[in-house]
Design a protein around this ligand. Structure first.
Ligand SMILES: C[S@@+](CC[C@H](N)C(=O)[O-])C[C@H]1O[C@@H](n2cnc3c(N)ncnc32)[C@H](O)[C@@H]1O
Length: 284
């Protein structure tokens, strides 16, 4: 993709706004010199919606963690299994918070394989991820992308796309895969707000980076993310019940993502190599 600089919009136009501080990025401006987790993850998955700074950051990650590709692939594989789990329970609508760049294997791919009528609303605040998702979804029925910060639940829940596609009187699959570790604040109130919007039978799927089994290596990973646009916050598996409060966590509980209802070919001899735990709860 052509590389673009801060101050230039995604449509290629220069910023001519005199009404705001030109040093402050607007919602759809990108500073390509600063790596961003969405695009680092895209590069790790083999996507091409990333810039030199993102690729450089991923190569630094590979130096401290040669399993970095396994980390991102295992997480994406968990997300697909969680979507299928929801569909098997009759959940046909999804709100995917922190949905990322639409590399193959995203939520609507997994959902539409099983149910072409499944509805999916993606939410991401990263302009490149949002722009490419919008383009990709042009021909995809029952899908939409909202470029919003998930920390603003009212903006997400009251968006016209959400109202058009999701019926909150019916169960919804709320997907928060590999995103909460980019939200450093106390997330209790945030999660409670989304939980209140969901009806009985809804699911919450979370996957999350942890440093609990490989603390030294993950300190080095943390240092690399400190130079990106969003620093990382690790949370241990033991915090899963707190994050998933109000939902009954299904078997096998909070486990490394490669262990969560995986097929034999997806499981790893040392699951801690994924550095990401996963859990799914159902609202009673
Ligand atoms: C590592 S990617 C995960 C993508 C996808 N959920 C998956 O698991 O394959 C994390 C995504 O969360 C997005 N993100 C981070 N903080 C966010 C926020 N506050 N609001 C919305 N999206 C956010 C990033 O832009 C990025 O695209």
């Amino acid at each position: 993709m052509p590389e673009r600089r801060f101050g230039e919009h995604l449509d290629g136009s220069a910023d001519s706004s005199g009404s705001r501080d030109a040093n402050q990025p607007s919602k759809d401006e990108v500073d390509i010199s600063v790596p961003n987790p969405a695009r680092i993850y895209d590069y790790g998955l083999g996507g091409d919606h990333n810039f030199a700074s993102d690729r450089e950051a991923f190569h630094k990650l590979l130096e401290v963690d040669p399993d970095s590709r396994t980390v991102v692939r295992s997480n994406r594989a968990f997300l697909r299994r969680a979507v299928r789990f929801c569909l098997e329970r009759g959940i046909t609508q999804f709100l995917d918070l922190g949905s990322g760049v639409p590399t193959v294997g995203n939520v609507h791919d997994a959902a539409h394989e099983m149910n072409p009528d499944a509805r999916v609303v993606y939410v991401d605040n990263e302009p490149i991820a949002a722009a490419h998702t919008r383009r990709l979804l042009q021909d995809q029925p029952h899908t939409a992308i909202i470029q919003e910060d998930l920390r603003d639940p009212e903006a997400v829940l009251n968006a016209p796309e959400t109202a058009d596609l999701l019926d909150f009187s019916q169960p919804v699959g709320l997907m928060m895969a590999a995103v909460l570790h980019w939200v450093g604040d106390d997330v209790t109130e945030l999660l409670a707000r989304y939980r209140r919007a969901l009806g009985p039978g809804s699911a919450l799927a979370i996957s999350h980076l942890t440093d609990e089994d490989l603390p030294e290596q993950m300190r080095e990973v943390e240092a690399i993310f400190a130079d990106t646009s969003v620093p990382v916050t690790y949370r241990p598996r033991s915090q899963a019940p707190e994050l998933i409060t109000g939902f009954d966590i299904v078997e096998p509980g909070a486990v490394y993502c490669s262990e969560w209802r995986s097929e034999p070919h997806e499981s790893l001899a040392q699951p801690e190599r994924t550095k990401i735990w996963a859990a799914v709860g159902i609202k009673s």
